[in-house]
Design a protein around this ligand. Structure first.
Ligand SMILES: [Fe+2]
Ligand SMILES: [Fe+2]
Length: 166
């Protein structure tokens, strides 16, 4: 039986994949979520250890889900000559994960940590994807391909309590 909540989220999903900019829209929302977690983390460095650790854990978890969606689903649709260099993007994902691990281990032994390198890399990466990669996929893929991608991302983003759109 459909609960009102499920009904509502189903129509949201249906409307989303039919839009011309469906991929850009969804993935930009994911980026905004990561930015929000990053802001919370930054604001709590040296102030609230509990909130700082919690937001760092959540940031890593969401970052891994996001990059999983990109690497295992979305990038498979990139043709080498048409897409931004996918290997470079994957390399940046690995670098950012490495940086998050270093930030975590630094914070285990000291009160403050320099996250400027991470901020710079994630900012450049986000811009490249939002300005070039996602719009390119939105232009080049047909609605069935987009539907497939969005369905797979939905499976990863589903948090057990309903749709995870933010
Ligand atoms: Fe990415
Ligand atoms: Fe991304």
């Amino acid at each position: 039986m459909f609960s009102p909540n499920k009904k509502q989220t189903f129509s949201k999903y249906k409307i989303l994949y039919m839009k011309k900019n469906a991929i850009s829209k969804l993935m930009t929302r994911h980026h905004k979520k990561l930015e929000r977690l990053l802001r919370i983390f930054k604001a709590n460095i040296g102030k609230n250890v509990e909130k700082m650790s919690e937001s760092l854990e959540r940031l890593r978890w969401e970052f891994e889900k996001h990059t999983f969606c990109e690497e295992k689903v979305m990038f498979k649709f990139c043709e080498t000559e048409n897409c931004t260099d996918v290997l470079k993007l994957i390399k940046a994902h690995d670098e950012m994960l490495e940086m998050l691990s270093t930030i975590k281990s630094d914070l285990a032994v000291k009160d403050s940590v320099d996250i400027s390198g991470f901020l710079k890399l994630i900012g450049e990466h986000k811009n490249l994807e939002e300005k070039i990669l996602y719009p390119k996929l939105d232009r080049q893929l047909d609605s069935e391909q987009k539907k497939f991608i969005l369905r797979k991302i939905r499976e990863v983003s589903y948090d057990g309590s309903g749709w995870n759109w933010q």
